[in-house]
Design a protein around this ligand. Sequence first.
Ligand code: SME
Length: 178
Amino acid sequence: MSEGILLEPVARGTLLPEPARVARLESALPQVLAALEGETDEVALQATLACLLWETLPQVNWCGFYRRIGERLLAVGPYQGGMGCLRIPFERGVCGACARTETTQLVPDVHAFPGHIACDDATRSELVIPITVGGRLRAVLDLDSPHPGGFSAAEARILEALVVRAFSGEVHPSPGIG
Ligand code: SME
């Protein structure tokens, strides 16, 4: 069972220099993948990834998933941070833009993004990555930061590759209760 990941402690809210953020993310990757190894339950994968990315990315104030629950509707999934809005239609927000276009949204200034949904007024930048399984959008990974420019293109590429590996295997939606 994973005991989390081994990384240098960094105070929550710290925006490390970009090269240090990339190095930290790259050092976390094998530990994250090891923690997820063999897991096929979607909620377990999302909850664990939200937890481990929260530990890995000190610059985030929200880290988690929005799951597709309808043709054009997202619902909040496992996350770390303050309360996230429960539903997001594909027509709204950065998450909706990601789900609608199935492309990563790297937003250095959320105040300049038309229709940004502010679950936390302190959020200044955002990175949202699509997760497709079997060629169909299943969820988005949403990362928020109180720092303008809190995420780089290099971090986005690493996280895109991580979610592909984390969810490209056999992934089962969590069975209903009963
Ligand atoms: N900011 C997101 C909404 C989700 S909260 O940030 C957790 C958006 O604009 O879609």
